[in-house]
Design a protein around this ligand. Structure first.
Ligand code: MN
Ligand code: MN
Length: 498
């Protein structure tokens, strides 16, 4: 074998499908776990991954990648660089690890589902590597932050977050269970490696690795690069699957892409949006979230969906409108409800940062400035308690995020309410309502944190009771790392005019 070139033998190992004679096809590939499409079984034989790799090559490359990333980590760990990188960057790391480390491991289960129930042997082979990749990503992203726990207990949430009922964790689990932990192989193949990885994370990870390098976090940069190269390889499962589906069942392909692109966008907007526009140190910011979306996600994704023959998602107008709002709406929400998260939400509202926001988002001052002015006034008057929550926001029954992003048609935040089997369900947007209504029995049993609060599951029904329910001890809950000191730089007499 080693004497043959890969291209001389790969096709023999790539296509090893056979016709079952002792059992039916349906018994080997039950539709509940494979998924249902109009694609004829034999058409899946055309499934072809452009980036070919053998197991021997895989092991060799992965061994080197692991060696590289762990060597950088061990060389830098004594330098305690993370402590020196400032509150904004430090808390980007905590948010990232908590929201992703355990879910990457879960993505390994999703890849394993395709490794068994994918309908062509090449798809199954590629997913075996994908599964091994995701196990590695879970392991690394638990191991790297572990040494930081002794400096800051919130880094413990790299492991802990997904095992709690903390609301960001609930939102992340609701999305990723829907996208990959609790769905069939076809939904996984289009939702995870295409809508999510090709659409968002592949490019986001490139951007994050570059940002980490800019701020001097070489450890995180090498970790993220190591992961990204795996992602770009196994993300090809998405396009290869779509190529087959487009010939026989475009409608189904489009529906999965639309649904998962929207759900991915919601979480991406929270995490990457506030990281880029508020948390990232001003002197290292290369572009705003909107500019990043425009250049990397929207352009690239548009080219990609056109090249496979898909249409733009039907909610494109709302999606484009949200480019000016999602990071700002959610930053306000997370800053205000800061005790309810496992990191320390920076305000990102120094005078120069605010000028930067106005340059990048010309309507920012008009739309969001007055809310921040109220917070500033409260700090200046010593009324810190008024900068903190006493009540709960309305949460979306689909994405589980606070309903705070305006609607493109009215320019206002609109709570869209329906009654399903006697239960009131609230939605943040038309796409979230659409996702729920096309398959209500899948989602109706999910209770938002507010639903649980109203049902008496949170005791005592107070903010401290809720923090306890979300497993946030007083040492773990979020707070403004500057304790509002940034607000005092604004001129009190000039009514906050900069
Ligand atoms: Mn991964
Ligand atoms: Mn992946």
């Amino acid at each position: 074998m080693p004497k043959l070139k890969r291209e001389d033998w790969y096709h023999i190992a790539q296509k090893v499908n056979w016709t079952f004679s002792y059992v039916s096809h349906e018994e080997v590939f039950p539709k509940e776990i494979v998924g249902e499409t109009q694609v004829p079984i034999e058409a899946w034989e055309e499934w072809d991954e452009p980036y070919k790799m053998t197991y021997r090559e895989y092991v060799d490359i992965q061994r080197d990648k692991d060696g590289g990333a762990y060597a950088v980590k061990s060389a830098l760990s004594k330098a305690k660089i993370t402590n020196k990188l400032g509150d904004g960057w430090n808390n980007i790391l905590k948010m990232h690890y908590g929201a992703l480390a355990v879910l990457e491991w879960h993505a390994g289960i999703a890849e394993a589902r395709m490794a068994r129930f994918g309908l062509d042997s090449a798809w199954r082979n590629t997913a075996v590597f994908g599964s091994l990749d995701e196990v590695r990503h879970g392991q690394m992203q638990l191991y790297f932050p572990h040494e930081l726990v002794r400096e800051d207990i919130q880094f413990d949430w790299a492991h802990k977050a997904m095992h709690t009922e903390e609301w960001v964790s609930v939102a992340a689990r609701a999305t990723f269970d829907d996208m990959f932990s609790a769905t069939n192989a076809i939904d996984v193949a289009v939702g995870l490696p295409y809508a999510f990885e090709t659409g968002f994370t592949n490019l986001q990870f490139l951007g994050m690795a570059a940002d980490a390098m800019n701020v001097g976090d070489y450890n995180f940069s090498s970790l993220i690069s190591s992961i990204q190269t795996d992602e770009s390889r196994h993300a090809q499962i998405g396009e290869a699957t779509l190529q087959v589906m487009m010939k026989h069942d475009k409608e189904k392909a489009q529906e999965i892409v639309d649904r998962m692109f929207w759900k991915a966008w919601r979480l991406f907007g929270v995490m990457t949006g506030i990281s880029m526009d508020y948390y990232s140190p001003l002197k290292h910011r290369s572009m705003s979230f909107k500019e990043f979306m425009d250049e990397w996600i929207i352009n690239q994704f548009m080219q990609n969906i056109e090249s496979v023959g898909l249409d733009k998602p039907w909610f494109w107008d709302q999606f484009m409108y949200e480019q000016d709002h999602i990071s700002h709406s959610l930053q306000m929400g997370i800053y205000f409800w800061r005790p309810t998260v496992w990191w320390k939400p920076v305000a990102g509202m120094g005078i120069e940062e605010r000028q930067w926001l106005s340059e990048k988002y010309p309507d920012w001052e008009e739309n969001y400035g007055p809310y921040w002015d109220t917070i500033i006034q409260n700090y200046q008057n010593g009324a810190v308690e008024k900068t903190l929550p006493e009540t709960l926001p309305v949460l979306c029954s689909c994405c589980n995020l606070p309903i705070c992003i305006p609607d493109a048609k009215t320019g206002k935040v609109e709570v869209k309410t329906i009654t399903y089997e006697g239960q009131k369900k609230h939605f943040c947007s038309d796409p979230c309502q659409w996702i729920f209504e096309r398959n209500p029995q899948r989602y109706a049993g999910q209770k938002t944190i507010v639903d649980r609060f109203l049902a008496g599951e949170v005791q005592p029904p107070t903010v401290p009771g809720l923090l306890n329910y979300m497993s946030l001890s007083e040492h773990e809950m979020g707070y403004d790392p500057e304790n509002g000191a940034w607000a005092l730089q604004y001129n009190k007499d000039k009514n906050l005019v900069i």
